[in-house]
Design a protein. Sequence first.
Length: 278
Amino acid sequence: MQTFLKSLFSKQSYDEKNFFLLAGPCVIESEALVMEVAGRVSEICRNLGIPYVFKSSYRKANRTSAHSFTGIGDTAALELLKKTGETFSIPTVTDIHSPEEAAMAAPYADILQIPAFLCRQTDLLEAAATTGKTVNVKKGQFVSGPAMKFAVEKIVTSGNDKVMLTERGNSFGYTDLVVDYRNIPWMQEHGVPVVMDCTHSLQQPNQSSGVTGGNPQLISTIAKAAIAAGADGLFIETHPNPSIAKSDGANMLPLDLLEGLLTQLRDIRQVIALQKNV
């Protein structure tokens, strides 16, 4: 595990051989929601020895429809994000969408996340880098794993070597995505930890309803294959009741299914570690 990751997880007790987890609801809907999810996931991860980062977006700028929910207000959401991290002694991650947002969000979050559609925006990557925070760049649906070296270079040459990359699938026609697991080792060759986004990789974009669809029943399949392929971390959006979630409900894992899945993934990781030692 990289030094900057150990620093992020310094307040947690965990198994260093485990994968790390970025998980939470898609967007901050309310204080009650983020506290419920962060509290439950923290407990599960503590019991399984999994280092945990709470994830939730303070604003959803990339919406299919102008009528879609975008957030409760930037300041209110960012303050809730920070409160959640402090309450449970866990690092937090949230998306940013412009250079101005990097400076605004940095005081409240430990990791700044670059959405996949924006992974080539040089000014955004450089602005995130100059905050000194860890930067997680999601690989664009139109970008290869090897080509993500340029995103890493933009951040590192800006004076920040705390970089992660996330695989989230490749466009397959207009309304579907597929995962090319070769991208996990390819992106690890850039010298950074690689995360598998197990929920957004199952999106079905460009639906006529104006709301993105998904295949959440396949989250476990994506996650298990990612661990087998050697992913360093997993990204899973989860919600107590995805059917009433205000964003990406079609992709999120019901919170009550998370513990069973993480237990299976922990066991798979342990088997792989044993095989490496044979």
